[in-house]
Design a protein around this ligand. Structure first.
Ligand SMILES: [Zn+2]
Length: 272
């Protein structure tokens, strides 16, 4: 479908690491951690069934520690033909890491993906929604072809390291297009409230309508199996999928398939 708006469904399967990253003592808090168990054990099968129902693809970003802890669930993602990309090893928030520790997060996460999937990851999403001073150069060193981190645009563009333009494609998204600001709740996360699924479906459908009328934009959702995997929230996602399909103006793609389409033209344009 040429000219269609790329629709990039992304799932960050953080499992327990979402909670251990927020609380160093989290390993000793079984109830706190159990919020994370829900993602791979309960949310994931529902998500895969939903994708299969509509015969659409997606992209999973998974920390290496989660890949090692949930081999059967990783196999179920791969059996569905869905790609797994890099989301650190332990999900440690990178601003608290030394340069050597951040490099180790890159290496161990990379190794876990190659071991489990037989494929080198193509893209990297920060676990902290932030870069350190060396994150972009580490992405280059490891040979990543895309990054999905910035909130600066609705269109793909080449990532910059300071003023230097790299060959890495940035696929931006936004908090508006993420399930966590609407739904992530814990009695230990101050100030959090939960949104109505209908409000989320309305937000996402209207965002799609807007970008699908523009050239060069994409529609990316960022979700977490432990958050979106509840039935009421999956309803919001399914409404969005049905809306996109009903409009006939979107094309569901994996991130790497979209990057395959646009990377060389972006590099050529930058070289002119
Ligand atoms: Zn994450």
């Amino acid at each position: 479908m040429s000219g269609a708006t790329p629709v990039l469904l992304t799932f960050d399967m953080d499992a327990e690491t979402l909670w251990t990253a927020r609380d160093p003592a989290g390993d000793s808090k079984p109830v706190w951690l159990s919020q994370g168990h829900y993602g791979p054990l309960v949310g994931l099968p529902r998500i895969l069934a939903l994708l299969q129902k509509y015969d659409i693809t997606a992209t999973f970003f998974v920390p290496g520690a989660v890949i090692e802890r949930y081999p059967a669930q990783i196999d179920s993602i791969l059996a569905a033909g869905i790609e797994i990309e890099h989301h650190s090893y332990s999900h440690a928030w990178s601003e608290g890491l030394t340069p050597d520790q951040e490099r180790e997060e890159f290496q161990k996460g990379w190794d876990a993906i190659v071991t489990a999937t037989g494929r080198e990851p193509q893209g990297w999403r920060s676990p902290a929604a932030e870069f350190t001073a060396q994150s972009v150069s580490l992405m280059e060193e490891f040979g990543f072809r895309f990054s999905s981190n910035l909130f600066d645009s609705d269109s793909a563009h080449l990532l910059q390291d300071g003023s230097r333009v790299t060959d890495i494609v940035e696929l931006p998204f936004a908090w508006t297009l993420d399930d966590a600001p609407f739904f992530l709740y814990s009695n230990r996360l101050p100030g959090r409230v939960m949104a109505a699924p209908s409000a989320v479906a309305e937000t996402w459908c209207r965002e799609f309508d807007g970008v699908s009328g523009e050239n060069g934009t994409h529609f990316m959702l960022g979700m977490h199996p432990q958050v979106i995997g509840r039935h009421s929230r999956l309803w919001a996602l399914e409404q969005t999928i049905r809306h996109v399909l009903g409009c006939g103006t979107g094309q569901f793609l994996s991130c790497s398939a979209y990057v395959d389409q646009i990377r060389n033209p972006l590099i050529d344009a930058a070289a002119r």
